[in-house]
Write a protein that binds this ligand. Sequence first.
Ligand code: GUE
Ligand code: MG
Length: 304
Amino acid sequence: MAEARIIDGKGFAAGLRARIGAAVEQLRTTHALVPGLAVVLVGEDPASAIYVRNKGEQTREAGMHSVTHRLDASTSQDELLRLVNQLNNDPSIHGILVQLPLPGHIDAQAVLSAIDPAKDVDGFHVVNAGRLSVGLPALVPCTPLGCMMLLKDTVKDLRGMHAVVVGRSNIVGKPMAQLLLQADCTVTIAHSRTRDLAGICREADILVAAVGRPEMVKGDWIKEGAVVIDVGINRVPARDPAAAAAGKTRIVGDVCYAEAASVAGAITPVPGGVGPMTIACLLANTVTAACRSAGVPLPAGIGL
Ligand SMILES: Nc1nc(=O)c2c([nH]1)NC[C@@H]1CN(c3ccc(C(=O)N[C@@H](CCC(=O)O)C(=O)O)cc3)C=[N+]21
Ligand SMILES: [Mg+2]
């Protein structure tokens, strides 16, 4: 059997960011509208710090207004809520992202609920989750949105295909299932407690792995020719034992890539697959939020 086609998320994301940059330039010249994104980071988690820096850089590269608030890990929930409220009322800010996870003393749901749904570019507010589930215009969570863009680019006609989503988080699994359903797929949501998970996965024409367990999905879980979207980003010890002993790590997905690539028809790599799409879609959502708030038509080429 032929080796799977590699779905180039990194390349697709670069193209999407270029289209976003052009749209931002149009909005500025024709509507005097500059989309603005505020990212809030509480504490010093090193991975989060890198993501937040990348978000800020890519936002500016697209010509957008970017603000990053870095708060001490000891910041109280009240202080964080005051900042969110201030950003809700700031007309230069169209998108607000509070980086997760938050320190344990802060109730993440309370913070997410405080974000104005119109500025909720993560799409995590219950209003956006509800709007997505009933088919109303919504801000759609960035990772599933990016997965969907890659799928639509890879598969000519998704209608009637059996999509299996492994993982049921509010951030990826559930919204992913909603988007697939909207694209007329037949959708199964599976998870760690699913009976015969391997057998269910083998029925998938489209397999989305979003469980957060390194290389859990094996090659023999995959139907010949299936499209595999690997959402996982797991840090594991480096392959080389000496490097591993020295604390070096590498990143793997939720899918055992080498095994899967010899069975699947197409597959996203990790890194370079879904991850870069997540940030590009954050920029796209910020443009969407800015246009909706200003009553300006959405630019073409940056949505589903
Ligand atoms: N409120 C909130 N919204 C988020 O969207 C959010 C969050 N909190 N907390 C953390 C996770 C993680 N996340 C990623 C973004 C980009 C890559 C990414 O660009 N990955 C690259 C590089 C991977 C690497 O080398 O680390 C890749 O997969 O190729 C990964 C992960 C967004 N998150
Ligand atoms: Mg689970």
